[in-house]
Design a protein. Structure first.
Length: 327
């Protein structure tokens, strides 16, 4: 048996319930893993409240780290006793132990702790595919400006550091002066408090009126229109979340009027659809973390049984950096 967090219906944090669940043996292509630490992400909120509908009852959680306890037929990249970490479908990481597909589970280097492993996989792989795989026409070169919303969050602080390592000038936005300072401390070239200033006007000022080549936006509705206006001609609007709500429908014709710009909606799970892609992206992430160029900042820790409060704080934007659930 394993302690786990499950919901029976969509709703607020109060629907998150601690239950006992049976854990069986792994089938072909599966492993059983005992968790050491569990990551918390905004996608968990979307699945809990029903923005991303899933069958009920639902065990939440998309990332964790731990030790492999059993390996099913056909799994060759992991063995019993391996330290491992993952960001993976289906949900279910809010627990002590689980059986799950092995495809997206990666061996965790000894130089990376279990807490860091749990905090970094979904957010770090997201930063990887954004900065390395979701690129404007002609790509990005050293010195180029990029705009990154929610720059003091888990993905944002990783992206600030990684962008600096790549030579990009990241303009970060955040909801307070303290969060802006945090983004600057982690490598952002500029930071804008969108609650006290007009980020569109500041981006135009910073870039000498040219705009940025790409906007990386996980906020959604509240930042959408001004983000499009921040792009230079042929720029790319890369949406990867809806923290403020879903973007309303818009007429494609506005993209032409704003400079023949591009719009894409990205998800991590498209990028890690194969074992090979998952490992390649994870190796890139592990390398930059072990090098020290990207440090994974864990600012909040909650026991598994306090997951309701963790969700409340995440939704209220009271968190910075990464958040983990401890077991």
């Amino acid at each position: 048996m394993s302690k786990a967090i499950r919901i029976e219906k969509n709703g607020g944090p109060e629907v998150l319930q601690l239950v006992d669940v049976a854990v069986g043996e792994p089938g072909p292509g599966e492993i059983r893993i005992r968790h050491k630490s569990v990551g918390l992400n905004f996608i968990d909120v979307y699945q809990r409240d029903g923005l991303y509908p899933l069958p009920m009852p639902l065990q939440l959680g998309m990332e964790a780290s731990g030790v492999v306890e059993a390996v099913g037929e056909g799994v060759t990249h992991l063995k019993v006793g391996d330290r491992a970490a993952y960001a993976s479908q289906p949900p279910g990481s809010y627990c002590e132990e689980r059986v799950m597909p092995a495809k997206c589970v990666c061996k965790l280097p000894d130089a990376i702790s279990f807490e860091t492993g749990a905090a970094m996989m979904l957010k770090g792989l997201t930063a990887q595919y954004l900065l390395k795989r979701t690129l404007p026409m002609g790509g990005l070169q050293a010195g180029d400006f990029v705009l990154f919303h929610a720059a003091a969050g888990g993905v944002g602080l990783i992206a600030c550091q990684w962008a600096k390592a790549l030579g990009y000038q990241l303009i970060g936005t955040a909801g307070s002066d303290a969060k802006c300072r945090l983004a600057l401390e982690h490598g952002a070239a500029h930071a804008i408090n969108y609650n006290t200033g007009d980020f569109e006007a500041r981006v135009k000022e910073i870039t000498g009126g040219k705009g940025v080549k790409v906007v990386y936006d996980s906020v959604g509705k509240d930042t959408w229109d001004k983000s499009l206006n921040c792009l230079r001609p042929f720029g790319l609007m890369a949406s990867f979340g809806n923290a403020s709500g879903a973007v309303p429908p818009f007429a494609p014709g506005i993209l032409g009027a704003k400079g023949s710009i591009y719009v894409t909606r990205q998800t991590l799970f498209t990028h890690i659809a194969t074992r090979e892609a998952t490992q390649q992206m994870a190796d890139d992430l592990f390398e930059i973390v072990v090098s020290g160029k990207v440090k994974i900042r864990i600012d909040q820790r909650y026991p598994l049984e306090q997951v309701q409060q963790a969700h409340r704080d995440l939704e209220a934007r009271k968190t910075t950096g990464c958040t983990i659930l401890t077991l």
